[in-house]
Design a protein around this ligand. Structure first.
Ligand code: MRU
Length: 346
């Protein structure tokens, strides 16, 4: 294995008969893998954010369908309906990451065919989705690192690393690849309220020996004002055809601040994150999570006068994005033509 594809952290492991999921709620204190053999379990693992990050959600769902096929295809009657019902259940797990729906559509296409061995066919599709995601990330890493040439400092938000993907990461993949060429100063926002930056990103980088500096989310403007960063590099959960990009809540604030301070914003995401069917970001469903994720533990929001508003994604308009990096190529200044040109690119 080369330095480039040495994988130090893996969010998902297929055992041959089950799916092992690294419980990201317990990181960095504990490394615990939960093992799933049915779709109800995988759906809960996604909804509860044991596994999270758009591409990893899609991969987990694909393996979920493989588990469903193993469970139902041996029983002659109605197996297609049972697998279809499991696919519908997986689709309810989280609303924003389009990779989930893309992966389930891949499975529906396979299952619509006459299959000699549906169990093998569905598993092969899941394994391909997993392997293709890693390959896309390695490619994006190189393309993104080319753009970062000469930069001395970057900031990232949330966790768009190996933990959120099939390996290497999207935004963190770009940062990893750039760091391998030439050390670069890396800042990570803590990413309230779930602390993906503080608990996951800085830990993941440390596993690879890459130093990073954690900042409170509210320190981002001051960091930019100091001149320490040239680029913000983030992932995405869904990109509209015009280049508007949904990502972890707080990305839009960073984009606005970046424009004020002459800092550039790169969105790195595989084309499986592009929703070709929507023209702009207004059509992206934004997940609202339980107010208890935000409120101090002493409040019981039900029946109390204190509530919380907890949208967990926001949409950054294309005009605030300097570059969208995909495995099919880079779109500079996506506000000009959107990302439609990537649809038929090799
Ligand atoms: O709520 P999460 O942790 O699933 O949100 C994850 C993000 O917003 C990531 O930036 C995005 O999914 C890209 S992951 C490569």
């Amino acid at each position: 294995m080369t330095m480039q594809n040495k994988l130090t952290v893996s969010a998902l492991q297929w055992t041959g008969a089950s799916l092992k999921v690294l419980d990201q709620r317990q990181l960095p204190e504990k490394i615990v893998y939960d093992e799933y053999t049915d779709v109800a379990g995988v759906t809960e693992a996604i909804a509860s954010m044991r596994v999270r990050g758009a591409p990893a959600i899609g991969i987990a769902a694909a393996y979920g369908v493989a588990l469903s096929a193993r469970q139902h295809c041996t029983q002659a009657d109605h197996w297609r309906q049972k697998v279809a019902a499991d696919i519908e259940l997986l689709a309810t797990s989280r609303p924003t990451a389009v990779n989930l729906f893309w992966a389930l559509d891949q499975m529906k296409t396979i299952l619509a065919k006459q299959l000699d061995n549906p169990i093998e066919a569905v598993l092969a599709c899941a394994e391909k989705i997993h392997a293709d995601d890693l390959a896309a990330n390695l490619k994006m890493g190189e393309l993104g690192a080319d753009i970062l040439a000469g930069a001395t400092g970057v900031m990232t938000h949330c966790n768009a690393g190996a933990l959120a993907t099939g390996g290497h990461g999207t935004a963190l993949g770009v940062i990893r690849s750039a760091y391998q060429r030439q050390p670069i100063k890396v800042f990570a926002g803590e990413t309230r309220p779930w602390l993906q930056g503080a608990r996951l990103t800085v830990w993941e980088l440390a596993q690879d020996g890459i130093p990073s500096t954690l900042i409170a989310d509210s320190a981002a403007a001051w960091l930019m004002k100091s001149g320490a960063i040239d680029w913000i590099v983030v992932g995405a959960d869904r990109i509209a055809a015009n280049g508007d990009a949904a990502n972890k809540i707080g990305t839009y604030s960073l984009a606005v601040l970046a424009r004020q301070h002459g800092v550039k914003l790169m969105v790195a995401a595989p084309t499986t994150t592009i929703d070709w069917g929507i023209d702009d970001g207004a059509q992206i469903a934004i997940e609202q999570r339980n107010p208890n994720e935000l409120l101090p533990a002493c409040y019981n929001y039900e029946g109390s006068l204190v509530s919380a508003w907890n949208p967990v994604f926001d949409v950054t308009p294309a005009e605030l994005i300097s570059a969208i990096v995909t495995e099919r190529g880079v779109v500079m200044n996506p506000a000009e033509h959107g990302v439609r040109g990537l649809k038929n690119a090799l």
